[in-house]
Write a protein that binds this ligand. Structure first.
Ligand code: KG4
Length: 338
């Protein structure tokens, strides 16, 4: 009998449900919340309410698209954390209720592990997957980490941000330029038309493999402030160059530490994941970086970079195979310590 997993993701502002059967993706439905755009960032209470509205139709649609009846499900995998507590509560409570109703096991998934394992979402049996151990540069709106994945169950964070995440650096600097939230994709688009060497922003000098983006953010802010003092139309005239130089600096910071990590933890496969891995410049730079070092690069399909339930179902499938089920009493968690 096939193992059919329903994955549920509700950690931030995307409500998503996906179905995989014996590891093969059958559906992946995502409802993104537009309500936050007017506020320039995610408003947690509004996110929870939108999840409540979306979760039933999103799960029904994922089952419908997969051609699967809920009675055929083997287990339900859900994101238990880290993320916004109110948002996580909606997905967690829904998953628990459905698992009780269907009398099937529940599998809890760490959202960050799911991003790392997003490369195991297979659409066909022929789709290749990374070999363990591999390194993953996990870059999203809330996290910037270098993870060594020894197996689907064993991951070591060897570097992480000590302040802002890469996505935050994109979004906050984009805000300074007056771009809509989230600004990352807008910077990406503008950067394609600008000169990456037009402006120089500061880069961190931190020992080891940890990241920092707050200095870059401040230096970007000062450049724009001083520019505006000199010319009121400074932003309009230099938008593309500012975006290109910002993107260039973020990529330099990311790859500098990735290079150091690779010399400390020599692996032959390197992956990227998380929302910022949708960035064109990051994708190109990581592909080039891997080619130069003779390691295999894993660049995810854009649909699997931002929050999605396909990766949650894939991570849940691994745990299901090991019978790593979740007790119904376990609550969601907002932060991760490992
Ligand atoms: O993984 P994700 O969906 O969830 C959070 O951790 O919130 O990542 C969202 C982040 C945002 O900061 C967004 O600006 C960034 O990913 N992002 C991008 C691009 N697409 C999304 N940043 C740069 N370039 C992009 N094309």
């Amino acid at each position: 009998m096939s193992v059919v997993i329903l994955g549920i993701e509700s950690s931030c502002d995307d409500t998503s449900a996906a179905v995989i059967s014996d590891g093969i993706l059958l559906s992946n439905v995502i409802a993104s919340q537009k309500v936050h755009e007017a506020y320039g960032g995610v408003v947690p209470e509004l996110a929870s309410r939108a999840h409540q509205q979306n979760i039933v139709p999103v799960v029904s649609e994922a089952l419908r698209q997969a051609g699967v009846d809920k009675k055929d499900l083997s287990a339900i995998a859900f994101t238990r954390g880290p993320g916004l507590l109110g948002s996580l509560l909606v997905g967690t409570s829904f998953a628990k209720g459905m698992a009780i109703g269907l009398d099937i096991p529940l599998v809890d998934v760490n959202h960050l592990h799911a991003h790392v394992l997003s490369h195991f979402v297979q659409k066909t049996r022929e789709d290749e997957v990374p070999e363990f151990p591999f390194m993953c540069l996990l870059i999203s709106g809330g996290n910037s980490q270098i993870v060594v994945a020894k197996s689907p169950y064993e991951m070591e964070i060897v570097g992480k941000t000590i302040d802002d995440a890469a996505g935050e650096a994109f979004d906050k600097c984009a805000k300074v330029l007056g771009l809509p939230y989230p600004g990352g994709p807008h910077i990406d688009r503008l950067a394609a038309e600008g000169n990456p060497k037009a402006f120089r922003f500061s880069r961190p000098h931190i020992e080891g493999l940890d990241y920092s983006f707050s200095g870059l953010k401040t230096s970007f802010l000062y450049t724009v402030r001083d520019g505006l003092k000199a010319h009121p139309d400074f932003i309009e005239k230099n938008k593309a160059d500012l975006a290109a130089s910002l993107q260039y600096t973020i990529i330099k910071i990311l790859l500098d530490k990735l290079g150091k990590a690779l010399s400390q933890y020599p692996v032959s496969h390197v992956a990227i994941g998380g929302g910022v891995s949708a960035n064109s410049g990051v994708r190109e730079a990581v592909a080039r970086f891997c080619k130069e070092r003779g390691v295999k690069a894993w660049i995810p399909e854009r649909a699997f970079t931002t929050d999605n339930a396909a990766m949650v179902a894939a991570a849940g499938y691994f745990k299901y195979l090991q019978k790593q089920f979740c007790d119904l009493s376990l609550p969601p968690y907002s932060r991760v310590t490992v």
